[in-house]
Design a protein around this ligand. Structure first.
Ligand code: CDP
Length: 257
């Protein structure tokens, strides 16, 4: 344990090179995705990612509210990311604070770049992300959940958007930070990838890293996103693939002589 002022700083990387939860630097937390978890939404998904629990619901294309936001040549994409009051250790004041507004905006912009919005002029595609339990990386978990929910709603997109936060902890570049690593690490770099093209549609950074560390972080994040992409596709397959019915037992057409 080190200390910053009165605050105890946990040792983020042990002598064996492993992290506080035993993970290697390039290891993701366990990820489980259930597509179509809600019945009333047009599309939905529930994501359990480490200790994060996030629900996403998608509605639309539907009438635009408020009306003046309507665009004649395309659908608008609206997102509301919200953290439940009980989702964090210290109760969060309910409602949209500046952080939630910022996250809602960057997520909506990420999806604007992959949704074929021109196919649905004068409509709105509304994404709701509810963080039920938070342990860092919730904007990425929200993006992953919303991607699967959009696909579940049948919204045409270039691709799903896997997302993950990479960071610098104890001087090392690590994939998928948990809360202690996010709080006490040197840098946090959430990103979202279009897997087909390799284009990043969300990239933010808090903290400091040099150019070489940034480059390694991006490489590690891209590899992580591709693994997450596989889990996302599998969630959709689990929901939609129909197992072929077992062949009916053959019935003899003629009675044996
Ligand atoms: O969740 P994400 O990493 O995308 O965003 P962040 O702003 O870097 O927040 C990191 C973590 O801090 C969150 O996931 C929560 O676990 C925690 N947090 C909190 O405890 N109380 C808040 N009001 C906001 C965040």
């Amino acid at each position: 344990m080190g200390s910053v002022g009165a605050k105890e700083v946990p040792q983020l990387i042990g002598p064996d090179g492993r992290r506080i939860d035993g993970r290697q630097l390039d290891e993701l937390r366990p990820l489980r995705i259930v597509a179509g978890a809600l019945h009333r939404a047009d599309g939905s998904a529930f994501v359990e990612w480490g200790a994060n629990k996030v629900m996403a619901a998608v509605y639309g294309p539907r009438e635009v509210h408020p009306r003046h936001l309507q665009q004649n040549n395309k659908a608008i994409v609206q997102c509301r990311y919200n953290m439940a009051a009980f989702s964090v250790d210290e109760r969060k004041r309910p409602g949209l604070d500046r952080r939630s507004q910022e996250i809602s905006k960057v997520i909506a912009e990420a999806f604007e770049s992959v949704i074929f919005a021109e196919e649905y002029p004068r409509t709105s595609i509304d994404i709701y992300i509810e963080v039920l339990q938070a342990n860092a990386g919730t904007r990425c978990a929200g993006l992953v959940a919303a991607s699967v929910a959009l696909a579940d709603a049948g919204i045409p997109m270039v691709d799903l958007l896997p997302a993950v936060a990479v960071g610098k902890i104890g001087g090392q570049i690590a994939l998928d930070l948990r809360k202690e690593e996010d709080n006490f690490g040197e840098a946090d770099l959430p990103m979202a990838l279009v897997p087909q093209s390799g284009r990043l549609v969300l990239l933010q950074m808090e903290g400091h890293m040099n150019r070489e560390e940034l480059s390694r972080s991006l490489d590690l994040g891209v590899v992580g996103c591709r693994k997450i992409y596989d889990v996302m596709k599998q969630a959709l397959r689990d929901r939609y693939s129909v197992t072929p019915a077992a062949p009916a037992p053959s019935v003899p057409t003629e009675a044996p002589a």
